[in-house]
Design a protein around this ligand. Structure first.
Ligand code: FE2
Length: 307
């Protein structure tokens, strides 16, 4: 397969993983992202891997949606007419074409940034409505966003206090909450703003909070996630600190080496085995897609919700 990501320059290599790097890629040329292909994916990706939400203008309106047997093309129609956001998480596990695409992206990066060694790679396919929003949040792993169809504005904020509070990052990493974190409008004065067009890609600093506004057109994007040895250590430190905080301690160190760090790795392993399932955040669908309904969704009827 030929390259899908254009060459990372020496300057970008110096910025890599610590600052934002904007790239170009060839995903928009691929038939994988046509309407017919998307409709088929909507019908074939397992429900537990297809996260759907609807939203209006603030976080309280962010509600979970399920496909509920609605055909793929009709779901696309609802996305075009309404306010829906779909994320097909880990789609490389279900479709070999996405597995190959993911391998190619990481191979292109590894060729240009040889010190960048990744594992636990994952990609997600995003299909979202004109003017859809994703509210302020941060994600646990290394990440990039690849714009395929339509345009969107992304604001990226520094991955440090006050934009990202350690206790909130710990909760995101432990999946105790969704990915939402404290946001104030004045944070925008400190954001980097990018307008993403088809063929643009963005990779930014670990855990960097962000929020996204689609322009007035259907959007198709890909997200990629990865871990490196350093990201894994940071993850374990945050997880361990979160467990300590939940037990009433205030963690004093965010170091990713030394005895205290390795104790946190141990705590993390034990806690994940015994407690994580009980404390994890769960989504409860409240809507199904419907192109004729406001925002392209209608409430699940109570009788249907019980089954
Ligand atoms: Fe995100």
């Amino acid at each position: 397969m030929q390259r899908v990501v254009e060459k990372i320059t020496p300057e970008q290599r110096e910025l890599w993983a610590r600052h934002t790097v904007k790239m170009r890629h060839r995903l928009p040329e691929m038939p994988l992202f046509s309407d017919d292909s998307l409709a088929e994916l909507i019908e074939t990706v397992p429900a537990e891997r297809m996260i759907m939400h609807t939203m209006e203008d603030d976080l309280s309106t962010w509600k979970s949606v399920e496909r509920g047997g609605v055909p793929g093309h009709r779901v696309l129609e609802a996305i075009r007419a309404g306010r829906i956001w779909i994320n097909m998480v880990g789609i490389q596990d279900y479709d070999p074409r996405f597995a190959e695409l993911m391998e190619q992206i990481f191979a292109d990066w590894a060729r240009d940034v040889p010190e960048f060694r990744t594992f636990k790679r994952k990609i997600g396919l995003l299909i979202s409505s004109p003017n859809a929003k994703v509210f302020y949040h941060c994600d646990p792993g290394g990440q990039a966003l690849w714009q395929v169809r339509g345009r969107k504005r992304i604001r990226l904020y520094p991955p440090t206090d006050p934009f990202l509070k350690p206790a909130e990052l710990e909760n995101v990493i432990r999946s105790v909450t969704g990915e939402e974190i404290t946001y104030h409008a004045w944070y925008d004065d400190h954001a980097e703003v990018y307008e993403l067009e088809p063929g643009d890609g963005l990779h930014w600093a670990l855990n960097g909070p962000h929020r996204i506004d689609n322009h007035n057109e259907l959007n198709v994007s890909l997200t990629s996630e990865h871990y490196t040895p350093q990201i894994r250590r940071s993850w374990a430190m945050n997880y361990g600190n979160g467990v300590l905080r939940s037990l009433g301690w205030t963690p004093r160190s965010r170091a990713c080496e030394g005895a205290a760090f390795w104790a946190k790795v141990g705590i993390t392993a034990v806690w994940r085995k015994t407690m994580q399932e009980k404390q994890s955040y769960k989504r409860v669908p409240e809507f199904v897609p419907d192109p004729q309904a406001p925002n392209g969704v209608r409430p699940i009827e109570p009788a249907a919700a019980i089954t």
